[in-house]
Design a protein around this ligand. Structure first.
Ligand SMILES: Cc1cc2nc3c(=O)[nH]c(=O)nc-3n(C[C@H](O)[C@H](O)[C@H](O)COP(=O)(O)O)c2cc1C
Length: 201
């Protein structure tokens, strides 16, 4: 089935970072494996494909990982999702140092493709890079050969996120309003699409 540009744009716009979940809803292992499988088809510098993944669909294992993640730095008064609203599944993204030594481009591309897949599945989630890496390594017995890149926290979304269109110079910090709606400021096309053709220099 061909996806139209309108459908694809809608998926991209809808795929916002979600940090509160209905923890009682598990993510099926097959769904999680399907999301990781998307990463087999993304571009990779020199086609090295150095990323490896640990998929945790068991809510108890995700729960054990939860205290090692830091949530929403801009929401200073919010320590992260409370019990019952935590992610029920996680994907740990690793860089295999026997294949490459630099992973940032690979990990960015793969993380977003997986998050788009999650949105397509009706799930939500958040890319988390603020991680207690030594503790995570020890918890999951991750050998030194693998660099811990990010954790993708996933679950059934329990929060509303809206985009606030901002202009150049406006604050980029997200916030939560009195109704609990999460606002995420985004620059619009006019501010990111450049054209220097009339520049006399
Ligand atoms: C590489 C990367 C690392 C991130 N790390 C964290 C994190 O540690 N904790 C967190 O709550 N959000 C994290 N985020 C989510 C960003 O805060 C989020 O993308 C940003 O606020 C914009 O919201 P949006 O994803 O809905 O566009 C991260 C996002 C990216 C791309």
């Amino acid at each position: 089935m061909m996806v139209s540009m309108m459908q694809f744009r809608d998926l991209v716009v809808r795929s916002r970072s979600i940090r509160r979940f209905d923890e009682s809803v598990a993510v099926k292992d097959g769904v999680l494996r399907g999301l990781v499988e998307l990463a087999c088809y993304v571009p990779s510098p020199k086609n090295l494909q150095p990323l490896k993944f640990i998929a945790l669909s068991d809510p108890d294992r995700s729960r054990a990982l939860f205290p090692l993640l830091s949530w929403a730095g801009y929401l200073a008064d919010w320590p992260g999702p409370e019990a019952g609203e935590r992610p029920s599944a996680c994907i740990v993204m690793l860089g295999d140092t026997s294949i490459a030594s630099e992973f940032s481009i690979d990990s960015g591309i793969a993380a977003e493709v997986i998050m788009l897949g999650a949105a397509a599945e009706g799930l939500g989630g958040c890319i988390i890079a603020s991680i207690d890496r030594p503790a995570l390594r020890s918890l999951l017995h991750i050998p030194d050969r693998y660099q811990i890149l990010q954790v993708l926290a996933l679950g059934k979304p329990l929060e509303t996120v809206v985009i606030d269109q901002i202009g150049e110079g406006d604050p980029v910090s997200y916030y939560r309003d009195l109704n609990g709606v999460h606002h995420v400021p985004k620059r619009m096309l006019a501010d990111i699409l450049l054209d220097f053709s009339d520049d006399p220099s």
